[in-house]
Ligand binder design. Structure first.
Ligand code: NAD
Length: 295
């Protein structure tokens, strides 16, 4: 049994912390939200009143926070000054590559082992312990990182050195944002041409248009029963989150000098859809705007 400090018990972190507790670890849980702390306690974690209290004596520190500034301040002001140097530090939040590398440098200079370990898979995978982790860390510590993530994971892949996990996450979600819009446009055109979108699914999912957005997340209700399109686009992966990831990708592309014109269009479309009041709807609800239904 390890002593795990878990910081950030939101939609994702709540389920992830619960799975560490289910695996028999002692989970010292902290969040700014009292409701999140109550849910964590009900799931077998020990709620504490501060980050400092959570990380005291920890073997592993896991953070699942909204964005880069939260991660930087929690590590620089609270985790690094209070955790034992032997603790393995794992940031599973989705943040920009530069901040991930800065936090890694601060942690390494302070004598810690750190990895960026963002995830693919939404809240259902967080609850089920079936997330895919993409890790940026020194090669020599990867086995230790993989073992610590095991109760929350379906697969863990080392992407490269510090920051590479975030780079992989940003590129993957950029591709997803683009492919979802392509899928929605194809369905909207099919409908206008008098082709049944369910019949189009049968064809596209077995033809060269096949992709994850078609086969696993079809935005028209019916063909993929688990897709949020069957639940009025409730739950799933929020439009606001997709927009956040596309912004991260565009910022990274601008800094790196990469050309990403389709992702720029995808970001503009998701920004519009978000501003129309759809930020909490699943990102596949974009179909409704492209059908002229607003969402
Ligand atoms: P969330 O907003 O539900 O949870 C974040 C939690 O962090 C909140 O409970 C908040 O109170 C807490 N928090 C903020 N600042 C804090 C601080 N200083 N100390 C302690 N707690 C603090 O967000 P989420 O959906 O759980 O996402 C978390 C991260 O995972 C994000 O970076 C997101 O991009 C990424 N992610 C989310 C999904 C998803 O489907 N929701 C999927 C993959 C990755």
């Amino acid at each position: 049994m390890s002593k795990i400090a878990f910081i950030g018990l939101g939609n994702m972190g709540g389920g992830m912390a619960a799975n560490q507790a289910k695996a028999g670890h002692q989970v010292m849980a902290f969040d700014l939200s009292a409701d999140a702390l109550k849910r964590a306690e009900a799931a077998g974690c020990t709620p504490v009143a501060s980050v400092a209290e959570a990380v005291a004596g920890a073997d592993v520190v896991i953070t699942m926070l909204p964005a880069g500034p939260h991660v930087m301040s929690v590590y620089s002001e609270q985790v690094l000054p209070n955790a034992p140097k032997s603790a393995l530090l794992l940031d599973c939040s989705t943040i920009d590559v530069d901040t991930a590398r800065k936090v890694a440098t601060l942690a390494t200079e302070a004598g810690f082992t750190f990895a960026d370990a963002p995830v693919s898979g939404g809240t259902a995978a967080a609850d089920a312990g079936t997330l895919a982790f993409m890790v940026g860390c020194d090669e020599g510590v990867f086995a230790k990182v993989e073992a610590a993530l095991e109760p929350m994971s379906r697969i863990t892949i080392r992407a490269g050195d510090h920051g590479a996990g975030q780079a992989a996450k940003i590129c993957n979600n950029m591709l997803l944002g683009i492919s979802m819009i392509g899928t929605c446009e194809a369905i909207a055109l099919a409908e206008k041409l008098g082709l049944d979108p369910e019949r189009f699914f049968e064809i596209a999912s077995k033809s060269s248009g096949q992709c994850w957005s078609v086969s696993n997340y079809y935005p028209w209700p019916g063909p993929v029963p688990t897709a949020p399109s069957n639940r009025n686009y409730e739950g799933g992966f929020a439009t606001a989150m997709m927009l956040k990831d596309l912004k991260l990708a565009q910022d990274a592309a601008a800094k790196a000098g990469a050309s990403t014109p389709l992702a720029a269009q995808a970001e503009a479309l998701y920004a519009l859809f978000n501003n129309l009041g759809n930020g909490q709807k699943d990102f596949s609800a974009m179909l409704q705007m492209l059908r002229g239904k607003q969402g």
